[in-house]
Design a protein around this ligand. Structure first.
Ligand SMILES: C[S@@+](CC[C@H](N)C(=O)[O-])C[C@H]1O[C@@H](n2cnc3c(N)ncnc32)[C@H](O)[C@@H]1O
Length: 328
C-alpha cells in the first residue's frame, strides 16, 4: 500500500485549536481521574452508568469545560495531547513511549522540512511525533513489512491529524529491500534487527545525516552498535537510555512516585560520514574503575605485550595498579 498524500489541508494546528467542533476527539476525565476519549458527533449522546450527556453540549465550547451527565457525573473535557493519544490509540505493535519519542525528535535532530525515513511504522505512534516535527513541508517516509500494522498506523495517524498528512508516505515492505529514497536527512529505526538495514540506510543518508535506532534489549544494543562501528560510513555510535520518574508533591509529602517506567528501550545515534572518509579514532585505554569487559574489548591481553596481566577487583573493575601501569 503506497499512500500518496491525498490532501493539502494543513494538518495539526487548525485541527487542535479553537472551540470544539464535530469530528474532534475529546478526552473526558472523571472525578477519579479515569479517562476516556470520544469523537464528537452532532446529535449523539455519551452514555455512562450514571446517565448521559449530548455531544452538542460540547460542540461550540472551549476546551477545559466541565460537562454533566443526567445522573450528575461530571467530566472535564480537553483535546487529548499527543502523549495521551498514543497511549490510548489502537495498537498493532508496541509503541514508542512519549519519553523516547521526545528523545528521538531532539537527539536525531528532526527539524521542520527534514526528509525522514522511518521503519517499522508499527502502530504509528512515533510517526505522529516525526510528522509534527517535520511539519507540512518536510517528508516522513515510513516503511512497514506487515500490512495489518500499516493499516492500524494509517488509521491512527489520520485520526490524530484529522486528515491525511501531506508530508506522509507509507510503503509496505522490508526497509532493507524497499528503501528507494536517497538524499535523506534522518533515519529512525524501531525494529527487531536494525543491523540488517544499516547498509541500506548508509546509501540513503546524506553526509552529516543522522541514524537513530531504538532497541529493547542489551543484546540488540550491542549488535546495533558493533554493526554501525564496523560499517565504516558512520561516526562512533552514541548509545543511551532515559528514565523518567514522576514526583508526588502534596504539602510536606514531596517525594518520588513509588512507580516509574524504568525501562522502555535503548537509543543509539550516529552520523553519516562523507564517502571514503576515515575519522580519527581515539584508542581507548582501560582506566581506573573501567570494567573487565571494557578492558578486554580493547584487546589489551597479556599475549600481545601491550598491557600487563589483567587484574580485576571482585566487582569486575580494573585494579588501580593496572590502571596506573596502563595509563600514560
Ligand atoms: C515496535 S514496532 C514499531 C512501533 C512504532 N515505532 C510505533 O511507535 O508505533 C516494530 C515494527 O517494525 C516492523 N519491522 C521489523 N523489521 C522491519 C523491516 N526490516 N522493515 C520494515 N518494517 C519492519 C515490524 O513489523 C513492527 O511492526
Amino acid at each position: 500500500m503506497d499512500s500518496t498524500p491525498t490532501s493539502t489541508v494543513p494538518t495539526g494546528a487548525e485541527h487542535r485549536r479553537g472551540l470544539f467542533k464535530a469530528g474532534d476527539q475529546v478526552q473526558l476525565t472523571d472525578a477519579k481521574g479515569r479517562m476516556s476519549t470520544i469523537t464528537l458527533q452532532q446529535g449523539k449522546q455519551y452514555h455512562t452508568h450514571k446517565g448521559a450527556f449530548d455531544h452538542d453540549e460540547l460542540i461550540g465550547s472551549p476546551e477545559g469545560v466541565v460537562v454533566k451527565t443526567t445522573g450528575g457525573n461530571e467530566y472535564l473535557a480537553l483535546r487529548p495531547l499527543l502523549s495521551d493519544f498514543v497511549l490510548s490509540m489502537p495498537r498493532g505493535a508496541a509503541v514508542v513511549y512519549p519519553k523516547d519519542a521526545g528523545q528521538i525528535v531532539q537527539m536525531a535532530d528532526i527539524f521542520p522540512g527534514a526528509r525522514v525515513v522511518e521503519a517499522g511504522v508499527g502502530s504509528g505512534a512515533l510517526t505522529c511525533s516525526l510528522l509534527r516535527a517535520v511539519g507540512d513541508t518536510g517528508m516522513v517516509h515510513s516503511y512497514e513489512r506487515r500490512e495489518e500494522f500499516a493499516e492500524i498506523a494509517a488509521k491512527n495517524v489520520r485520526s490524530f491529524f484529522g486528515a491525511e498528512h501531506p508530508a506522509w508516505e507509507l510503503t509496505i515492505g522490508d526497509l532493507a529491500e524497499k528503501l528507494a529514497d536517497d538524499e535523506v536527512d534522518r533515519v529512525v529505526l524501531d525494529m527487531l534487527a536494525p543491523w540488517d538495514c544499516v547498509d541500506a540506510v548508509a546509501k540513503a543518508l546524506v553526509p552529516g545525516g543522522v541514524i537513530c535506532c531504538y532497541v529493547a534489549t542489551t543484546t540488540q544494543l550491542s549488535r546495533t552498535v558493533e554493526t554501525l562501528r564496523a560499517h565504516g560510513a558512520f561516526t562512533e555510535p552514541q548509545p543511551w537510555e532515559s528514565m523518567v520518574r514522576g514526583w508526588h508533591v502534596e504539602g510536606l509529602a514531596v517525594r518520588p512516585d513509588h512507580r516509574m517506567i524504568g525501562h522502555t528501550g535503548f537509543l543509539v545515534t550516529a552520523r553519516r560520514l562523507a564517502d571514503g572518509v576515515t575519522p580519527p579514532v581515539r584508542r581507548r585505554r582501560p582506566s581506573k574503575g573501567a570494567y573487565a569487559a571494557d578492558y578486554l574489548a580493547e584487546g589489551a591481553s597479556p599475549a600481545d605485550g601491550t598491557a600487563p596481566d589483567p587484574e580485576f577487583n571482585e566487582d569486575g573493575t580494573v585494579t588501580s595498579s593496572v590502571a596506573r601501569r596502563v595509563l600514560p
